[in-house]
Ligand binder design. Structure first.
Ligand code: 5GP
Length: 186
């Protein structure tokens, strides 16, 4: 493996999920989704901004005529924890009625964001609603989460990269790393 410029950043700690491991898992999820949704191509709903890299790779790993929409949510909370009070900052353009919706999430920590999102999207009467989360933090869920597809279960450390940020930085790091810098205040 070649050294990455990110190796020299003192705020970045060990790699939690390496690029090639991400690539292989996303390909496997794509195969699984291709089989599961064969007769009912899904509408992928990406949750911005964190899911943009995962959504881009996952959508290309699904060999079906998927449609794509995005929404953005903001969660009120301190720098690295969410409060569960979620606001839709950008809503979907697509009517979900009767659609097979697959929500593409970056990371589930307490589960509060997802639980809010699920309720809000179910109220729009999709034919089905499942969630594909790239990362789930082990033993941290405070709200019930029904996750049909999970990329990786990881420990509770705050991580960045592959779409995940801290104060809008590090989204373009190609692997997932522990963030060990100062915690910014919202
Ligand atoms: P939850 O509501 O499940 O506690 O938090 C979910 C949201 O918090 C994620 O969509 C993400 O925006 C943020 N989040 C939770 N854990 C992390 C983390 O380790 N790194 C980053 N960058 N964001 C996180």
């Amino acid at each position: 493996m070649t050294a990455s410029r990110w190796d020299d950043d003192p705020d970045l700690g060990p790699i939690v999920v390496a690029e090639e491991v991400l690539r292989a898992r996303v390909a496997a999820l794509g195969e699984e989704l291709t089989a599961d949704y064969e007769d009912r191509p899904p509408l992928l709903v990406g949750v911005l901004k964190g899911a943009f890299v995962f959504m881009s790779d996952l959508s290309r790993a699904i060999r079906l005529p998927v449609e794509i929409d995005v929404m953005a949510v903001a969660s009120y909370g301190s720098g690295t924890t969410s409060s569960g009070v979620v606001r839709i900052v950008k809503d979907l353009d697509t009517d979900l009625t009767g659609r097979h919706v697959l929500v593409v999430e970056d990371i589930v920590d307490s589960g509060l964001t997802l639980s809010y999102l699920r309720r809000s999207l179910l109220a729009r009467e999709p034919a089905s609603l499942e969630v594909c989360a790239l990362l789930v933090k082990e033993s941290r869920q405070r709200a019930p989460v029904d996750l049909r597809y999970v990329g990786f279960r990881i420990p509770g450390d705050f991580v960045v990269g592959y779409g995940l940020d801290v104060a809008e930085r590090y989204r373009n790091v190609p692997d997932i790393r522990i963030y060990q810098g100062a915690v910014p205040v919202d």
